[in-house]
Design a protein around this ligand. Structure first.
Ligand code: MF3
Ligand code: CO
Ligand code: CO
Length: 261
């Protein structure tokens, strides 16, 4: 079932989405070479609970942490670890999902650690462009397939591949609601977008081949060929005229308190 959110529900989702976006921004600002991914997890957890919110990933189908930390060849669902340290030249995706008043906000971004090779920087930049291209085709009356079509086109034009096994998703009271948003597909196909729909777009783009594999921990998804992978995610809201990015905030909305854990 695809849920259409009421104006009141949208107002609550704006809160959860803004908190997720601010948390992600805070974590990105505070990344340092030599820190462990568990250090990031601790910050994320504290930042979230100190603002009366809940980190949605903690305990979700048994996931053991308050965010996903996915480095280099990890596509998604990386588990923070006290033994996993950030090093110069890495890229790391932080995926933050916050629950406020029963509603979820979900976003992620890939960050540079120190000096990243130009070809990897380009992968990350193009992946961000893929997300924005996907969002740009969203409006009432458009089809879910339109999103995947533009993302796939942009990735392939740059010689990259699109991960097929993991998708964007409807979001609201549920973390993962219908519909599934694939990051590949055909224009004009799939569910028609309607005002009040809220869903994520979160393309995972590989510099090598698209195929993935899950490690023995049951969570960590890596590229089969060990090529590096980037991802960006926003939660969006379909309106009559377009799509509103919910997981964002304007610079004036960042206050001194937001810099505190
Ligand atoms: N936040 C991820 C998403 O974008 C889902 C993580 S689920 C977890 O959908 F269990 F791996 F944390
Ligand atoms: Co998501
Ligand atoms: Co996410």
């Amino acid at each position: 079932m695809i849920t259409i959110k009421s104006a009141r529900e949208i107002e609550i989702m704006k809160e959860s989405c803004k908190l997720a976006a601010k948390t992600l921004h805070y974590l990105g600002k505070n990344l340092k070479i030599g820190m462990s991914t568990e250090d990031i997890n601790k910050m994320c957890h504290q930042y979230t609970i100190n603002r009366n919110a809940i980190p949605a990933t903690l305990g979700y189908h048994g996931f053991p942490a308050s965010l996903c930390t996915s480095r280099n060849e990890i596509i998604c669902h990386g588990i923070p670890s006290a033994k996993d340290f950030l090093k110069d030249g890495d890229i790391i995706n932080l995926d933050v999902t916050s629950i406020v008043k029963g509603f979820h906000g979900d976003c992620n971004a890939t960050f540079f650690v120190g000096n990243v090779k130009p070809e990897i920087k380009k992968l990350v930049e193009v992946t961000h462009e893929c997300l924005l291209a996907g969002i740009s085709v969203c409006r009432a009356g458009a089809h879910i397939g339109d999103i995947g079509a533009v993302i796939e086109e942009m990735a392939h034009d740059n010689g990259y591949s699109v991960v097929h096994e993991y998708c964007g998703h409807g979001i609201g009271r549920g973390f993962h609601e219908e519909p599934q948003i694939t990051h590949f597909g055909k224009r004009g196909t799939g569910v028609e977008m309607r005002p009040g729909m809220t869903f994520t777009i979160e393309p995972m783009i590989n510099i090598g081949k698209r195929h993935s594999r899950v490690l023995d921990d049951g969570w960590t998804v890596v590229t089969k060929d060990k090529s590096w992978s980037a991802q960006f995610e926003h939660t969006i809201h379909i309106t009559e005229s377009g799509a509103e990015i919910m997981t964002t905030f304007s610079p004036e909305e960042w206050t001194a308190d937001d810099d505190k854990l």
